[in-house]
Design a protein around this ligand. Structure first.
Ligand code: SF4
Length: 230
């Protein structure tokens, strides 16, 4: 499989580990606040990085990095992902997977085959505003609910996270999400930050004070909720 980008060193993408981050191409969502708009389209404009180029890089970094973070786009769109991860596991790396949660069967298979060590799943919004928030009308969130249930079973270390965007989230939505994923030990709220790469311009994030208020709301359901990047 080919990749849309590689970040050769990250100290932030994988909790407690140094890693490189690989960006897979394509996504089944069109979140207006997406920061990877250049790689979510099949006809993206970045030159692809081939799997053999990635493997060559990883072989050189075997002793220097702890892990590999695979993000997107949506990595689970790619049927070849499982074989690719097998190759990088053979080099001894831990693997973190970032996912939008829309492919629960593939997620379970990777976990059951011990191919991922940590999963970060986006909770885009409350169930009633999911489709609007991901830019896909009339979206059926059964797959998302299935992934949430699976991760809540603690089959693998994981986190849920929500990018909070003023145009999509109020305290009503935040409360609804908290109620939905109650029981998780690991939930992060991060405020949207605008940039040139965002799919739709004109969106806005919340102030630190507002984010602290949201954290307080969530805390009654998820005492360990944390803010990120605030
Ligand atoms: S934010 Fe994530 S899920 Fe949404 S379009 Fe971008 S890559 Fe896909």
């Amino acid at each position: 499989m080919n990749f849309g980008g590689i970040q050769k060193l990250s100290l932030l993408d994988y909790p407690d580990r140094t890693c490189c981050t690989l960006f897979t191409i394509g996504c089944n969502y069109r979140c207006p606040f997406c920061h990877n708009s250049s790689i979510i389209q099949a006809n993206h404009s970045n030159p692809d990085i081939t799997q053999s180029e990635v493997m060559e890089f990883l072989r050189k970094r075997r002793k220097l990095l702890d892990g590999v973070c695979i993000t997107g786009g949506e990595p689970l769109l790619h049927d070849e992902l499982q074989d690719f991860i097998r190759e990088i596991k053979l080099l001894g790396f831990s693997v973190k997977l970032d996912t939008n949660g829309s492919f629960p069967a593939k997620l379970k298979q990777l976990v059951e085959n011990k191919l991922v060590d940590y999963v970060a799943m986006d909770i885009k919004n409350s169930p009633d505003r999911y489709g609007e928030t991901i830019g896909v009308n009339s979206y059926n969130i059964d797959s998302i609910k299935e992934s949430v249930e699976f991760l809540l079973s603690n089959a693998v270390p994981y986190e849920f996270r929500t990018t909070v965007v003023r145009e999509f989230h109020t305290s009503r939505e935040i409360l609804s999400i908290a109620h939905w994923i109650k029981g998780t030990q690991h939930y992060y709220l991060q405020s949207f930050v605008d940039s040139e790469d965002v799919l739709e311009r004109g969106l806005s994030g919340y102030s630190k004070e507002d984010m602290l208020y949201f954290q307080e709301i969530v805390r009654s359901f998820i005492p360990s909720v944390e803010l990120r990047g605030v």
